[in-house]
Design a protein around this ligand. Sequence first.
Ligand code: PA5
Length: 434
Amino acid sequence: MIEVDISNIWGEVSLPDLLAIEKEVFDAHMKLTDRNGEGNDFLGWLDLPVEEETEEIRRIRTAAKRIRETSDVFVVVGIGGSYLGPRAAIELLQGANRNFGKGKGDPAIFYAGNTLSTRAWHELTKLLEGKDFSLCLISKSGTTTEPAIATRALRFLLERKYGTEGAKKRIYAITDPVKGALRQMAEEEGWETFRIPQDVGGRYSVLTAVGLLPMAVAGIDPMEVMAGAVQAKADYDLRSFENPVWLYTATRNLLYRNGKAIELLASFEPGCKMLGAWWQQLFGESEGKDGKGIFPATAEFTADLHSLGQLVQQGSRNLFETMLRFDGPETPVLIGADYKNLDDLNYLQGKQLDFVDEQAYRGTLAAHADGGIPVITMEAGKLDAAKLGEVFYFFELSCAISAYILGVNPFNQPGVEDYKRNMFSLLGKPGYES
Ligand code: PA5
């Protein structure tokens, strides 16, 4: 289980505060599992962890094998919840620079449809020159402008390269099982399709084909991810403060009530950057409504200690920190000796890099706690495929319970829909003129 430690928040919240909120956490958790809260038609994500390989997962494995054999590059097209999960998983396990030197057998994975930048488009098409590639089109609604434009353009590229029939074998669509433009297009064109169940929203979809197909193409076993999620579902169902999900959700809500309107998720792994982006979208879209919500911010330590660190240490006291850590890798790196010692580093010779990182963590934690920043720490343990499943489920459950405590519907996003509608209207999409 992920260990949540709240010993660095006692200056800000008290034990009686924690005990007083226990009933609210209990009620919110019950509302979720009894499926009688707001947005209860979007609770399909609770049923996604499965012990047995499903037909869908078997097809994901088969498609991934084919893609790995035939493609130098796999382009994942999607935005928001339809792309952040797989990218978070792949970069957390394999690093942000995983694409260097990749090709057939273990393709590079690029992302498109998450921007309208022309520069980004030119960069992508240059990267695809001379490469065999396949497409993963992800959109639940099938009408989101950014991925729809990228889909059209990439499809044309693919058809020019392989012909209409050849292109069909290289396109995989992940969308609503029955409706929407992408579903219709996929069926008419004969592309292989995977489902985003109707009762699963974008930001809760990482354990569907949305996350699992790109992960499988990257060589991450979907059933290992599932095993972690299944275990998490059992472990985090506990109805007491022995449940780390309860400690996390209770504490962040108490801190919010005390004026801490910003949560800074800080990690000591550069590979966590996209996990941070996924977490930010999950909590931001789920909680930020009705004039409420904790602003989810992210930082990467130690890099950001040399930028945001100053503000955290001595700036406005309106934030709390959640420090997320994983165990170091099994192969250690030792710091070497240099007889000249001009850099004064010989006092560290023979020490492991991970030991230095650990001291940076301890030093930061102590400094921030001394500086009046409440810090929740999370020790997530060994980083592997099963851990991905656990981490995703942990945060999804925390987010849903936390939003119910806050008194908002965790599963809608009326603000995002507003922007999408305005854009349709400004672009003159038929039916949206007013
Ligand atoms: O979490 C969500 O619901 C959103 O972020 C959506 O995933 C995002 O807007 C993309 O929508 P769609 O999958 O319909 O293209």
